[in-house]
Design a protein around this ligand. Sequence first.
Ligand code: NAD
Ligand code: APR
Length: 235
Amino acid sequence: MAGMKDIRNIVILTGAGVSAESGIDTFRGGGLWEQHRVEDVATPEAFARDPDLVLRFYDMRREAIQTRVPNAAHFALAKLDREWPGELLIVTQNVDDLHERAGAKRVLHMHGEHLCAWCTACDERSPWTGPLIDRPACPECGAAALRPDIVWFGEMPYRMDEIFEALERADLFVSIGTSGAVYPAAGFVRNAREFGAETLELNLEPSQGTHWFDEAHHGLATELVTAWVDEMLGA
Ligand code: NAD
Ligand code: APR
């Protein structure tokens, strides 16, 4: 990228596309939301109306992601995280743990995590790998009040203050494998620009906000991300 020598602080936004080549369905374009209505499984109203349906949907997803493994894009980002001397933050909309399993440390899950349960009685979050459908007891308080620790439509994404602080300091904002359909994540490119960062999109196809980026490359995440990381590390 032009001006790369001046880049010290990087914010990377990832979406479902970065995990697609690991065999995890994306949401749009033939993905999950074509098989399930969002309103039936991914809203607080759906959970109040039919908790069994929602819990079964997330139990299935939680089980499935544990059989998947990180791909070359996750590994390349983990390498960048290890070797980049400046600030770096991977803000992911993904609820899988493939960034971490590839070795990345500086990861923020703005939409929650499949492998975590949230107790609506005591408000504690606990690591969770099994099903929730049988209403297991919260490891902290014992109440049978656990829900998936997933941010549903209409709820507030996590750690927005930290994300904005990082965007404010960023010299480069990179968006990888996201359609740009869901706010506030879809607006980060414009926020980053306003704060003075260069912006780069790496996605299979032009995202909904592709015109906001200074530079965009379209193709597979495993190929584009690997090449970009090599460029950043001067390999
Ligand atoms: P909305 O208002 O219900 O949701 C958007 C809000 O939900 C945002 O402010 C965001 O903060 C919040 N949100 C929190 N966590 C989220 C998460 N995990 N996934 C998604 N949103 C989360 O819905 P909207 O504003 O009408 O729609 C936002 C976008 O979502 C639209 O551009 C649309 O493309 C998409 N959407 C798609 C489908 C579908 O594919 N079937 C259904 C609903 C919305
Ligand atoms: N390499 C790169 N990009 C890819 C690949 C790939 N192998 N496969 C798919 N993509 C791209 C698609 O072209 C699409 O633009 O990844 C993008 C995935 O978009 P979505 O399915 O909309 O996923 P995402 O942007 O992460 O969704 C945002 O919506 O419902 C919510 O909470 C959910 O976090 C999610 C949010």
